[in-house]
Design a protein around this ligand. Sequence first.
Ligand SMILES: Nc1ncnc2c1ncn2[C@@H]1O[C@H](COP(=O)(O)OP(=O)(O)OP(=O)(O)O)[C@@H](O)[C@H]1O
Ligand SMILES: [Mg+2]
Length: 466
Amino acid sequence: MDLRSYLRAIRKYWWIVVLVTVVGAGGGLLRNEQATPLYASKVTFFVSTPSESSTTAFNSDQFAQRRANSYAGVLTSDRLGELIIASSGLPMTPGQVAREIKASVQLNTVLLTATVTDPSPDRALKIATAISSQFGGLVDKLDNAGSKTATVALNVVSGPSVSSVPVSPRKKVNLTLGIAIGLILGLAAAVARELADTTVRTPDALRGITDVPVLGTIAYDGVAKKSPLVVGNQVRSLRAEALRQLRTNLRFVDVDNPVKVLVVTSSTASEGKTTSATNLAIVFAEASQRVLLIEADMRRPRVADYLGIDRSVGLTNVLAGQVEVEDVLQQWGDDELWVLPSGSIPPNPSELLSSKNMVDLVQSLRGRFDMIIIDTPPLLPVTDAAVASALSDGVVLVVRYGKTSRTQVVTAVRSLASVDARLLGTIFNMRPSKGLVQGGYDGYGYYEDKPAVNRARAQAAGNPAL
Ligand SMILES: Nc1ncnc2c1ncn2[C@@H]1O[C@H](COP(=O)(O)OP(=O)(O)OP(=O)(O)O)[C@@H](O)[C@H]1O
Ligand SMILES: [Mg+2]
């Protein structure tokens, strides 16, 4: 994944980032709520060495610094704890008292600080006060055992004092940490979600998987469910323009071997095969071509439904020799668009499609039409489409944005190769329209349902008459 892919993942799954960050912030707040507030009380000692006990001032300072480090250990000792309990009368054990005390020596100084943290500010202060009164005596006893002259003196220089606000929990720090951890986990989750997404989402990816061009990119169109055909007020829609672009690309995909019999299929169900095949037939007819649309999907036939025609007699009846093809072809619309509906649904569609009658029928129809478009079931679950593809001059594979997985596309391409079908290219269907580049390879940008935009573009192109 490159940087742009990461940014795309974050933009796409921004809600995961927000959600996890909010949870992180909530965690920080919860921690603040649940933690017991602790107050700190401090007392600082100045460690000095009487001048007569050392030769120079420098040596005496060094000596005091070394002593201060040892005294830090004495501050957290059980022995001092016992003395503190004895003087303050607190109901604690020496170990408990010792655990509440932290000693620190400021670097290169002779200042020794004892910090007492306790849930009660009063108790913290009591312990610090007891330290200030007991510690000097204890050190004196330890240092000068058996000697009459004191080598070191301890004097309180600040404290004991207690903080008026708790030193723990550190609310701002916890909240910031919660937000930061949430943000990092959220970003990681968004990227992980993107990596786990094995569906095809860009024309580049599709081209990479199939090794054939993306002949058309059709945007997701909310009205397609209700009005699947690009007729009437849909004639100038983005979808219709994309289909016209597809028509042009199909004409030029191989000028030496023009395609006359075209199979439209896909890997799995509901990728937009029938919608694409039917609309492609419409736009080819619109360009004064004599077009035949064959409903060869006998599993879920929909062509007749989309066109609003009767399907009860059609392809299957012709293949069974019950009727002549002329008798069941139906003309649709004002152009030269003819439809061969599926007819009565047989129990063995694959066998019918691979029969000699089917081969002969397609052969006989070739001479009568400029373009024959065959709508088929998906490739992966049944063999019908592979069988029909073998009879055709070329196949276009419909791939649905965000639904068809890369593996499904690869498997579909392999199954076409196994019957020596000629895969011309793909149709990338239902791509979110906001991701499309106007006028780019994706093929949009001339007609739109926005006259003002079209006029402005035409004028910019030096053609105000448009
Ligand atoms: N570009 C599009 N934008 C929005 N919806 C679409 C688009 N293309 C197809 N659809 C919708 O997707 C659904 C499935 O379409 P269609 O019947 O063409 O798929 P199919 O691949 O032929 O399905 P089946 O496997 O059942 O034959 C339909 O409701 C159709 O209106
Ligand atoms: Mg279909």
